[in-house]
Design a protein around this ligand. Structure first.
Ligand code: PMP
Length: 427
């Protein structure tokens, strides 16, 4: 592929934007090439500045579940912008999306909109601290919950990719309040809870981990967290920024039948525009200002264009058979890639939950951060570059998730499997 214009733009961007990108995970740094600069997208495809097209499994890191530029979403946004881009005042659209979220997600009785997943988790943490009067929080190594200070401790996603799980700039005095347990290991949670009795405000977890690659919850893990939190008066937060409306319409909590106290959302509920949300029990949510004392606010929160994109996207997800079809496609492509690796005699540990999947370059099973960290990231980088060359755009790190969308056709998926087969053979 000819990528000269992307490389030229990257050189230009490096002069005005730190690292040339506005979010570190975009930089292709760990895979040894320059990032592609994207000009447009349509359905399952993205097109770079050099005119190359790629089958896209990043989907803007999750939101584009109905495909890029879905005509209904585009039309609704165009219509909405004619009425004004932002008012900073309540609109009916906010009630519509709030009611749709409440109807969809079993545990959410009230919800507040924000503009990113980071804001959603940061606010949910503050709310649980305010509600319980406790300072400590508990998260899992390898899980990523956005970039607020309390959550940049042993974090996944870009921090895992770049090997800096704890960011400089987070005061040690604050980080000490973040306790870190091991994913899929209830004993590690019980030990921390016992050692910090009565001081933990919340447990925050990705119910399907997607920021250390895709790591499904083992049987009993989420149930166990629910039990511990109930016994200890700890607020259980499911961070469903990625899994919400992705692994089922009602998210991982619907798929696995566990009820958290608070849920954070983002990505899909904004249909590609900046949105996050957090919601849960009325008793907890009514502690938020101005109903209660816990402060949280946003100039663009509930933005009418973003609400519109979210509403239209959720409507499309409600179409009969949407998730069944998505499951079928995802199974086909994930199993096809796993088989391609096996046929080539290449060790790959494949995971999938709904339309989230991952191939770990590991002979051993991956079920938490320590096992994920053992993957052969060099081999992944070679595979990533090979797939790009074949016209398949994957997330540029072993520690991310691939997303299948409704617009991926059978032909796209077959082409992807054939590309993977070729890449595994040459590894
Ligand atoms: N939580 C999870 C589970 C996420 O995957 C992400 C983003 N990948 C976030 C929170 C942060 O969301 P945002 O990037 O919109 O701030």
């Amino acid at each position: 592929m000819q990528n000269s214009r992307s490389s030229q733009l990257f050189q230009q961007a490096l002069k005005s934007i730190p690292g040339g990108v506005n979010s570190p995970v975009r930089a292709f740094r760990s895979v040894g090439s320059d990032p592609l600069f994207i000009k447009s997208a349509a359905g399952p495809m993205i097109f770079d500045e050099d005119g190359n097209g790629y089958i896209d499994y990043v989907g803007s890191w999750g939101p584009m579940i109905v495909g890029h530029c879905h005509p209904k979403v585009v039309e609704a946004i165009k219509k909405a912008v004619d009425s004004g881009a932002s008012f900073g005042a309540p609109t009916e659209l906010e009630i519509t999306l709030a009611e749709m979220v409440i109807a969809a997600v079993p545990s959410i009785e009230m919800v507040r909109m924000v503009s990113s997943g980071t804001e959603a988790t940061m606010s949910a943490i503050r709310l649980s601290r305010g509600y319980t009067g406790r300072d400590n929080i508990l998260k899992f190594s390898g899980c990523y919950h956005g970039h607020s200070d309390s959550l940049l401790v042993k974090a996944g996603s870009g921090l895992a990719t770049f090997g800096v799980p704890d960011s400089p700039g987070v005061p040690a005095d604050l980080a000490k309040h973040t306790l870190t347990a091991t994913y899929n290991d209830l004993d590690s949670v019980r030990a921390l809870v016992a050692a910090n009795k009565g001081t933990i405000a919340c447990v925050i977890v990705e119910p399907v981990a997607g920021n250390m690659g895709t790591v499904p919850p083992q049987e009993g893990f989420l149930e166990g967290l629910r039990e511990i939190c109930t016994e200890e008066g700890i607020v259980l937060i499911f961070d469903e920024v990625m899994s919400g409306f992705r692994v089922a319409y009602g998210g991982a909590q619907e798929r696995f039948g566990i009820t958290p106290d608070l849920t954070t959302l983002g990505k899909i509920i904004g249909g590609g525009l900046p949105v996050g949300a957090f919601g849960g029990k009325k008793e907890i949510m009514s502690q938020l200002s101005p109903a209660g004392g816990v402060y949280q606010a946003g100039t663009l929160s509930g933005n009418p264009l973003a609400m519109t994109a979210g509403i239209e996207t959720l409507k499309l997800l409600q179409e009969p058979g949407f998730y069944e079809k998505l499951e079928e496609k995802s199974k086909f492509v994930a199993e096809g890639i796993a088989k391609a690796a096996k046929d080539a005699g290449y060790p790959l540990y494949s995971t999938r939950v709904g339309s989230m999947f991952c191939g770990f370059f590991s002979k051993e099973p991956v079920y938490n951060w320590d096992s994920a960290a053992k993957c052969d990231t060099k081999a992944f980088a070679t595979y990533f570059r090979g797939m790009l060359e074949e016209g398949v755009y994957l997330a540029c790190s072993q520690f991310e998730t691939a997303f299948v969308g409704a617009s991926h056709t059978e032909k796209d998926l077959e082409k992807t499997i054939a590309a993977a087969a070729k890449c595994f053979k040459s590894l």
